[in-house]
Design a protein around this ligand. Sequence first.
Ligand code: GLU
Length: 343
Amino acid sequence: MEYNHPICRISLIIPHKNIPLMERKITISQIRDAAYQAYSESKEVSGGANANYIPYLANVNPELFGLSVTLANGTTFNFGDTEYKFGIESVSKVPTAILAMIQHTPEGVLRQIGADATGLPFNSIFAILLEKDHPSTPLVNAGAISACSMIAPQGDSSEKWKAITDNITDLCGSAPQLLDELYESETATNFNNRAISWLLKNYNRIYDEVDMSLDLYTRQCSLGITSSQLSIMGATIANGGMNPVTGKQVHSREISSKITTMIASVGFYQHTGDWLFTSGIPAKTGVGGGVMGVMPGLFGIAAFAPPLDDAGNSVKAQTAIKKFMQKLDLGIFNGDQVTIVPE
Ligand code: GLU
């Protein structure tokens, strides 16, 4: 049989006729309707609280809520506050991990940082002490600071910053904007991250100047981004590294697969297993209230709402993305061969 995947065409030899795989077609309007319903049904969900350890985030309007879906053909659906620029925070770890893999290969990142889940909170020092041979993964604070230190050109803060933001612009198809007030707020309060940086230096896992690497990390977390932009970033990853809106090949298919693996294994920190089990989609969260999901070959999805659960993950964004996946009966591990068709 021939399987038409949006990225590649594979001929499969099916050895037994009762293999329980389902070939399914989902229409673009079914996707739009599912997104609208997921958004509407999640609007009144309460619970959680804004991050309060970064003063700027504590003061963001907790009622803001947006949901965006971008298909692998570039079609984007936006519902709610999808143009509000919120702090990207830890979702920024994804593009910088991609950039580190572009510059140093996935094997280089595996060797210098790692690709293992910590099972511990995002800012854990204990995780570094447990695995001092590597900072585990570029998707927790320790590995993300280490990733910033790897970005070329070495020793040049402004060129490194340009490389980091240019890459985010390529992935989203439009530029993020530094939120100066958030940057000042984070810089004034990032004592735990300073401890992480120097501990990593002690284990030879910072590959450039320590304070510069931490500053780049703090700055990238302080970028303002919209859920619409994040859904395009998710779609670029889902689409084998080609931005479906601009048509630019930002990174290789191999890097898409590697970053999606990292997102699947640690995107929700100590709640990653529960998240993947219940939602069926690899996703990365940030304490600014954003969540970005990647459904390989199909779409990127992003939701934003500031109140967080105890692990730092947006309560409403989680609900909306789960509802969306359930309405379409989708799941990365369910074995279905899904094609999105016009009607
Ligand atoms: N800037 C935040 C920190 O380093 C990001 C944490 C997150 O979003 O999980 O603490």
